[in-house]
Write a protein that binds this ligand. Structure first.
Ligand code: NAP
Length: 288
């Protein structure tokens, strides 16, 4: 059987879980594949992607900080990738790259399928307006959430995301300083990278102060990050009394399954990969 060649591009990328997830999907579905992690910065991404294609690469995942750059390198992109302004999945098609974005559908599948949440009419707070927020906001709207408030450290980026979503009446941007005045939410999503260790030369960071008034007894709090990076937000959510405190492992597995389907035409079962990641890496257990 011919082995297909795949990779995840990002920076840093050494600790990416994607090679492990896709190897497991391959074994489960009988698809022969090779999946590597390729470190590329925005400056080196285009040439690294060319070299990957020249070596027979037929599909790639794209992560931080390359998702917007990936869209620019595509000859064609799906509607959801264009709405997100970011690509996390590349498919080689007739000598060109076709882009898609599976982050949003991955998050929605995790929340509704794995965690059994009904997203319809949920008053939602989205913290962050970077690549991940761009990816998940359209999918959350499509899933039928209620009012969506977008709050970002750089407020102009929150405004830009509201613009990009077509300025629907139920989507609003607000300042970080005004969080305490926003009341209680049914769904609070942390799509920031605030708790990540700062890169060399960057100032230290940390989760912004979040008022506990955002959380009620039925609130679901979701961090798109996982592992150590998700600890501060999930700890805050539990201390505030959230009903669910969910990290981004399930989203990671679901978005990967959607990418796998785009490349191989078959959607793997995800429960096994999800359980294996939790077990092998002792990642945070969700609090629901
Ligand atoms: P990004 O494009 O670099 O955006 C980072 C966001 O975090 C921006 O909104 C930024 O605000 C904000 N931020 C950074 N430091 C901050 C601080 N100290 N205080 C407040 N806000 C801060 O990154 P991304 O691609 O959106 O990724 C965000 C997180 O989601 C990452 O941890 C990533 O691993 C995770 N993620 C997970 C999955 C998954 O499958 N589970 C998928 C995608 C992303 P400014 O605009 O003000 O800089």
């Amino acid at each position: 059987m011919t082995e297909s060649h795949h990779a995840v591009f990002g920076h840093p990328i050494a600790h990416s879980l994607s090679p492990r997830i896709h190897a497991r999907f391959g074994r489960q579905t009988g698809v022969a594949l090779r999946f590597e992690a390729i470190d590329a910065t925005p400056d080196t991404f285009a040439s690294a992607l060319d070299a990957f294609a020249a070596a027979g690469g037929s599909g790639a995942s794209v992560t931080l900080p390359l998702k917007e750059a990936a869209l620019a390198l595509c000859a064609d992109a799906s509607d959801r990738a264009r709405r997100a302004g970011a690509v996390n999945t590349l498919v080689r098609d007739g000598g060109h790259w076709r882009g898609d974005n599976t982050d949003g559908v991955g998050l929605v599948r995790d929340l509704t399928g794995r965690h059994g949440l009904d997203l319809r009419q949920r008053r939602t707070l989205l913290l962050g307006a970077g690549g991940a927020a761009h990816g998940v906001a359209p999918a959350l709207i499509d899933a039928g959430i209620g009012d969506l408030f977008i709050v970002n450290r750089t407020s102009a980026r929150a405004d830009a995301l509201v613009d990009k979503l077509g300025l629907p009446k139920h989507v609003h941007s607000r300042y970080l300083e005004d969080l305490a005045a926003l009341g209680e939410f049914d769904l609070v999503i942390n799509a920031t990278s605030a708790a990540r260790a700062p890169a060399a030369g960057e100032a230290g960071s940390g989760l912004p102060t979040l008022p506990t008034s955002l959380v009620g007894a039925r609130t679901a709090c979701v961090d798109l990050s996982y592992g150590e990076v998700a600890i501060p937000f999930l700890a805050w959510a539990r201390a505030a009394g959230a009903h669910h405190a969910i990290d981004g492992v399930g989203m990671l597995v679901e978005q990967a399954a959607e990418a796998f389907k785009l490349w191989h035409g078959i959607r793997p079962y995800t429960d096994e990969a999800y359980a294996a990641l939790r077990e092998r890496d002792a990642l945070l257990v969700t609090g629901d």
